[in-house]
Write a protein that binds this ligand. Sequence first.
Ligand code: IPM
Ligand code: MN
Length: 354
Amino acid sequence: MSKTYKIAVIPGDGTGPEVVREGIKVLEAVSKSDGFKLEFIHYDLGGDRYLKTGEVLPDSVLDELRKVDAIYLGAIGHPDVKPGILEKGLLLKLRFSLDQYINLRPVILYPGVNTPLKDKGPEDINFVVIRENSEGLYAGAGGVLRKGTPDEVAIQESINTRKGVERCIRYAFEYCRKRNQKKKLTLCGKTNVLTYAFDLWERTFYEVAREYPDIETDYAHVDAICMWMVKNPEWFDVIVTDNMFGDIITDLGAMIQGGMGIAAGGNINPEGVSMFEPIGGSAPKYTGKNIINPLAAIAAAQMMLDTLGEEKAASKIEEAIKKVVANDVKDLSAGKMGYSTSEVGDLVVKYLGS
Ligand code: IPM
Ligand code: MN
């Protein structure tokens, strides 16, 4: 009997539903040819449901999500909902409740895709950022005193635990070994100023490194990383960093790999339920126009299959994406692709078979 995976689908807000539709189209095509089954369970979580019912993520839904094989997410963020409600109540709540402590974000420039970096090509831009995804400034520690008065105090603390830091660093070393490319792991921090948090990161990094003599270690401050990502991206293989720095440097990463149209990420719990998403957001101004690029969502679907253990099907999707950008879609930005959202999905499906 062929294997069946239960996939929770959260199309979410804005262009989320449009890009998720194409991802599912590709997943269905590849599952047929590769002999496994996917059972999709749709959830209408997001801004519209919140505006209608006041619900963001009901406990009953969260309990159901704990039992699936993976979650496929479109985008979260609604122009009529105050910033923070959906981001914290839905996206971060899912990441934290399901203990998805790794945010895996490849930065790979495929041949044929334009990068804004002068004189850099696919041989230079090929690395992976491993962002800690459960702690740091995102943990929500802190508070406000005397709000609205001239004496207001706002405190936002970065939480770094030995356990949280170590499991992320270990994952990064393992990942770097398995990736088997430059075998170089760079810690991105700020040890010259954040002397409590990044002292813990640095000590843990070099302690764990002793177990990985085959991996070259490197350290750079986050501001310098931003500089090197633009000037010498070829130096990087795998970068490991905390939640906030990882958030920032992966937007920069997305831009050098061709834009949000192609950047995907995985929120990984290696022992539990993981969630895959295009990292671009809900893009309200493009909603419903069938012009948004679905390749990032399709790449997220590829990462999902890879994590589920369907590596062959995953690499078929990757090869098909590469053909689409090499042969057909020259500009990856919304409205400039020369193809509609659904046509780009069709192109990926067409190349799956070849
Ligand atoms: C991301 C996003 C989220 C984050 C927001 C929407 C909360 O920017 O996935 O990178 O900051 O993690
Ligand atoms: Mn971000």
